[in-house]
Write a protein that binds this ligand. Structure first.
Ligand SMILES: Cc1cc2nc3c(=O)[nH]c(=O)nc-3n(C[C@H](O)[C@H](O)[C@H](O)COP(=O)(O)O)c2cc1C
Length: 169
């Protein structure tokens, strides 16, 4: 699958095949893709927490109500921002940088045959605080990504909307 196909095929997956363990090498390939994303001044202001345990996934579902797909997902990746990495170096671009990392992660996972669902935390500060406490994090949890083998196959639905584009010629 090339990038053109992956971008157009990707959908949020909310139903996964249960009981599937993701091989460590695939987890690392997916996280490597995330860490290949561009970042302001190459500060790489991110950190990833891979949650495989049922107890860990339960904690997330209790905090963020729209993560129920974790009931069937193999794991959750908490994508965290590191604002400190940019202090005195550049403006606070860490949310954009983490967003770029997440998109890389979603597309790499797709190419390896996995489905994903990006679930928002930051800037909903009650979620951020609760996830930080639940997992003892120093960094800022920005999103949770559910990952597993899809048990649904939603049709592509993105489209080109010319009204969103203007040209300065
Ligand atoms: C910042 C952000 C937060 C999101 N949060 C959730 C969420 O909490 N739960 C969920 O099921 N989907 C969530 N989504 C997925 C969107 O609902 C989904 O991307 C959108 O409806 C488009 O569908 P598609 O991803 O299948 O193309 C989120 C997506 C983004 C980018």
């Amino acid at each position: 699958m090339n990038v053109t196909e992956a971008i157009r095929k990707r959908r949020s997956i909310r139903k996964y095949k249960e009981g599937v363990k993701i091989p460590q090498k695939d987890i690392e390939t997916i996280l490597e893709a995330a860490m290949m994303a561009p970042s302001a001044r190459n500060t790489r202001p991110w950190e990833f927490v891979v949650v495989e345990s049922a107890e860990g996934k339960e904690k997330i579902m209790n905090i963020q109500p729209y993560t129920k797909m974790l009931n069937t997902a193999s794991l959750a990746i908490i994508v965290c921002g590191l604002p400190k990495a940019q202090e005195g170096n550049c403006s606070e671009f860490w949310p954009e940088d983490c967003g770029a990392a997440i998109e890389n992660l979603l597309l790499q996972a797709l190419e390896l045959g996995y489905g994903t669902c990006w679930c928002g935390l930051y800037p909903v500060m009650e979620r951020v605080t609760a996830i930080k406490e639940a997992f003892g994090l120093e960094s800022v949890p920005l999103a949770v990504v559910a990952l597993g083998v899809p048990d649904e196959d939603p049709a592509p639905r993105g489209f080109f909307d010319p009204s969103k584009v203007s040209y300065i010629k």
